[in-house]
Design a protein around this ligand. Structure first.
Ligand SMILES: Cc1cc2nc3c(=O)[nH]c(=O)nc-3n(C[C@H](O)[C@H](O)[C@H](O)COP(=O)(O)OP(=O)(O)OC[C@H]3O[C@@H](n4cnc5c(N)ncnc54)[C@H](O)[C@@H]3O)c2cc1C
Length: 467
């Protein structure tokens, strides 16, 4: 079967856009289309956008936004392409693809990084570490800076240096009416407020200005793996230990399955394990003292916690989460990690349907909690823990089992949840209202009415413009 060019549009119309942009326009008639249409999550491989504009700069974004408006097209905005819910692709609409805008410019004196709207964390870490600095980025280095930062950004440096959105100092944005704007504390501060946690609702960010901090090149970091029979003991220890920790350390307890990596004894590959993972942005000696309770808690299967390059920590689990895997996340902010919940999480660990089903309990607090609730659109900073049920699989026939399992993990926490959830950890759309809570949602809706009154940017955890 021969593909027509962008079936929903005439050839002449598409040609108009091709002439208007400096970057590449990919249509279903192009050999590059099959690859260009795919995002990270293989669950969305069947989606068929009419057009993909690989933007070469802000002018292309302006042209694409104008074209989408004039032709009444659905708009998907793509940074790193890691949206779990599949927001960065669509059927029949236009993908505004920023993946060619990956430049990172570091100003070491002012401790700033100027980052292109399609950069991934590996790009940022590479450039910033050359000056001995870093900012809070993702646990997987192929994740995009854009979606991650705009939604909040939970990472290894957050308890010392804040969420990624707390480090967002300014942004260059193309709004729904095609204006190129600069948002900072001094210019359009309410827009900056919304970009710090409100996701891609307000426009297409072509450049981020991020605060940097001295980090590395070596940090005290890594996982300790234990047999899953210790799950409950480790979760209780983690809960009590996390409450009294300096902000330098950020940690996670992960109920998972031992991956087949050479650093883990072969006899353990494929067996259920608990992984305690910590990163210290401070002194190695102090960190070593602080993690001692975990070394004393149980016999480890493998102890890989120690000095390592920051960039090695940032890429440690990349090979397990490669593009094309099918994935689903579901999350809840926890008000507490009580014994009842611990028991349920342990049960869910054992009922997991596959080797890449992981129950993450993120330690929060520190610098995350010290930012006032209304200073950014990231809601709910007081929670001590964030629960994230993460699942990946390759056989499309087992999708339902995996999705159902992740949902049961989060359902198990309903009585211990604050009622809010971190939007970037949600594999389902339409979750914005409960996730943000009434006050933050109302403020976001008013901002949406100002910058995107027709809801052009609706493929996201969508904020409906207030009337
Ligand atoms: C393997 C993996 C690991 C992850 N680890 C973490 C983690 O450690 N911590 C964490 O907090 N989250 C994590 N996430 C979730 C991640 O933060 C979100 O999936 C985020 O949306 C990814 O950003 P992206 O730019 O790659 O996504 P994309 O799919 O490109 O974009 C997602 C959405 O963000 C918006 N967007 C993207 N680019 C722009 C732009 N330039 N301007 C305006 N809006 C834009 C759009 O609404 C878009 O639909 C992880 C996700 C995956 C798949």
């Amino acid at each position: 079967m021969t593909e027509t060019i962008a079936p929903v549009l005439g050839e002449a119309t598409v040609e108009e856009l091709r002439q208007a942009v400096r970057g590449e326009l990919v249509t279903p008639a192009d050999a590059a289309y099959a690859q260009a249409a795919r995002i990270w999550n293989g669950m969305h491989d069947g989606r068929r956008p009419a057009l993909i504009v690989r933007c070469a700069g802000a002018a292309d974004v302006i042209a694409a936004v104008g074209f989408a408006r004039s032709n009444d097209l659905a708009v998907a905005v793509r940074g790193g392409g890691h949206s779990i819910a599949g927001f960065s692709t669509c059927d029949d609409g236009i993908v505004i693809d920023l993946s060619t805008l990956r430049s990172v410019h570091v100003d070491p004196d002012r401790r700033r990084a100027y980052v292109g709207g399609g950069a991934v964390w590996a790009d940022v870490d590479h450039e910033t570490q050359a000056s001995g600095m870093a900012t809070t980025g993702g646990l997987v280095s192929t994740t995009g800076v854009a979606g991650f930062t705009l939604g909040g950004g939970i990472g290894w440096l957050m308890r010392k240096h804040g969420l990624a959105c707390d480090n967002l100092l300014a942004a260059t944005v193309v709004t729904a009416d095609g204006r190129l704007m600069h948002a900072s504390e001094g210019e359009h501060p309410e827009l900056l407020w919304g970009l710090r946690g409100g996701g891609g609702n307000f426009g297409v960010v072509t450049q981020f200005a991020l605060a940097l901090h001295p980090v590395g090149p070596t940090v005290y970091a890594g996982p300790i793996f234990y047999a899953a029979e210790h799950d409950a003991k480790l979760l209780r220890l983690f809960r009590d230990w996390a409450a009294n920790l300096p902000d330098e350390i950020t940690a996670l307890l992960n109920l998972t399955t031992a991956p087949p990596l050479p650093v883990i004894p072969e006899a353990w590959h494929g067996r259920k394990v608990a992984a305690f993972i910590a990163v210290s942005a401070g002194s190695a000696d102090e960190a070593q003292q602080h993690v001692r309770p975990f070394r004393d808690a149980a016999e480890p299967v493998a102890d890989l916690l120690g000095p390592m390059p920051y960039t090695a920590m940032q890429t440690l689990v990349d090979p397990l989460w490669e593009k094309g895997i099918h994935a689903y996340f579901k999350a809840a902010n926890l008000a507490r990690l009580d014994d009842e919940l611990i028991e349920r999480l342990c049960e869910r660990h054992f009922s997991a349907p596959g080797p890449q089903c992981e129950i993450h309990v993120h330690q929060m607090g520190g610098a995350v909690a010290s930012v006032p609730e209304d200073a950014t659109a990231f809601p709910d900073r007081s929670m001590p823990f964030v629960l994230n049920a993460v699942t990946g699989w390759r056989d499309p026939n087992v999708t339902d089992e995996h999705v159902d399992w992740a949902r049961t993990v989060v359902d198990a926490a309903s009585s211990a949840s604050t009622g809010r959830a971190y939007v970037n950890f949600l594999g389902d759309a339409d979750a914005a209202r409960p996730s943000y809570g009434a006050d933050t949602y109302a403020r976001l809706a008013a901002l949406k009415a100002e910058y995107d009154p027709t809801n052009l940017f609706k493929l996201n955890q969508n904020i409906e413009p207030s009337r």
